[in-house]
Design a protein around this ligand. Structure first.
Ligand code: AMP
Length: 407
């Protein structure tokens, strides 16, 4: 079943913020954690960064804070590092852009003064590292007596970094009645003990980790000059099995639009999906793809996060992603639920180094293929230490064994 953010009953101003971010559908963790959070339940979420966990806890909080006394500190998010504090703070600003709520980030390594001033003003949410928060509490800059929601984000890291004592002290000054949302990449014994102490009758939510692609994915690499990518893609799409669908990723919205136009002029039925399109157009594109009327969808990464489509037999990386983690995320769109799928990357010579990063992250080396008639001007380098000749037959969409090797 496909869920939309609107079906959670989120306020229109929050939906507007999400729409501006380009989010189309909730990610798996959001699908499960948001309803529980909105219902006021405690939640333990086993989820890593990259799964969309920040919105999973911030959206229920922002929705709750709309009602009641605004300008009073009612939500506290504890995070292990200042980088994460900053990231969560910026997420709160963008999701809550139209909500008139005030968020303040509080972390060490910078002067107390600016944070103190911000805390004396109107504030609804504080996002803090434990040590600096205690520092401010000790100085009387923060009043926790109205806290309604506590988030423990990346709890495992927080405990690993030795914040257990600090977290306990903070728990001790919160009102007895409050909601707790705990997120952790792993639920270690230590995290479990913390959850037992801090939470009551919680909903447990779990989603798979991200740094592993599904087992049924075959990774194929095709070396091709940038200007030939379009022709290579048309040829590959011509090989799609009946009723099979292909999801093609580009790095930018502009790139997605351009490729969509080019494919149309090459006679391919295709739709584009990215955050720059009006919601109605995105829904139409997604429905057409889901229902099989359109079998090729060109998308940017932000648009593809969280969408669930069965029968995607091929994911094409039209651009090699700059962040190798994105590769894992993209190829996770195929071979879902034990099915087989092909992840095919069109790699131009300027992208060879980016591809090495992907291989390093995955712990695999991929064979470099070329397509007859579309060979790049420069022969592709084989993975370091491997010198398998590129097959001249061109890639096949039929999954085969041995396309990728574990390092
Ligand atoms: P997080 O796991 O919260 O750090 O989120 C990882 C990335 O996913 C961030 O760049 C978010 O902006 C993005 N993101 C989160 N939820 C969604 C969604 N429903 N649709 C698209 N992107 C999302």
């Amino acid at each position: 079943m496909n869920t939309s953010f609107a079906s959670f009953g989120l306020a229109p101003e929050l939906l507007r913020g999400l729409d501006e971010k380009g989010y189309i559908e909730p990610t798996p963790i959001q699908r499960e954690a948001i309803p529980a959070g909105l219902a006021g339940r405690d939640v333990v979420g086993a989820a890593q960064t990259g799964t969309g966990k920040t919105a999973a806890f911030l959206l229920p909080i922002l929705q709750r804070l709309k009602h009641g006394r605004q300008g009073t500190l009612r939500a506290l998010v504890l995070v292990p590092t200042r980088e994460l504090a900053d990231q969560v703070f910026h997420s709160a600003l963008s999701y809550g852009k139209y909500s008139r709520l005030e968020a303040v980030a509080v972390y060490g390594g910078v002067s107390l003064e600016k944070q103190t001033r911000a805390l004396k003003d109107r504030v609804d949410i504080v996002i803090a590292t434990p040590g600096r928060l205690l520092d401010h509490m000790g100085r009387g800059h923060i009043d926790c007596s109205d806290i309604e929601v506590l988030v423990l984000d990346e709890a495992d890291r927080m405990l690993d970094m030795g914040f257990s004592h600090d977290v306990n002290r903070i728990l001790g000054v919160l009102p007895i009645e409050h909601q707790t949302l705990l997120f952790s990449a792993t639920i270690s014994d230590q995290v479990d003990r913390l959850a037992r102490r801090a939470l009551k009758d919680h909903a447990a939510v779990e989603v798979g980790g991200r740094a592993a692609a599904a087992k049924g994915v075959e990774h194929l690499l095709v070396a091709v000059d940038r200007l030939q990518k379009r022709h290579a893609l048309v040829r590959l799409l011509g090989e799609l099995p009946e009723r099979g669908r292909a999801l093609v990723f580009t790095r930018t919205k502009h790139g997605a639009d351009r490729l969509t136009r080019q494919l149309r002029s090459d006679g391919v039925r295709v739709a584009a999906l990215h955050g720059g399109k009006a919601q109605s157009l995105r829904t139409r594109a997604l429905d057409g793809f889901r229902e099989g009327r359109i079998r090729t969808l060109v998308a940017t990464d932000v648009a593809a996060r969280g969408i669930h489509i069965d029968d995607v037999v091929m994911v094409v990386n039209y651009d090699v992603p700059v962040d190798p983690e994105i590769y894992v995320h993209r190829v996770g769109r195929t071979a879902r639920a034990g099915a087989q799928g092909v992840a095919l990357t069109l790699m131009s010579p300027d992208e060879w180094l980016l591809m090495y990063d992907v291989e390093k992250l995955m712990g695999m080396t991929f064979h470099r293929d070329v397509m007859p008639g579309l060979e790049p001007a420069v022969a592709p380098l084989q993975p370091l230490g491997r010198h398998a000749p590129a097959r001249r037959s061109g890639p096949s969409l039929r999954p085969r064994r041995g396309g990728a090797r574990r390092r």
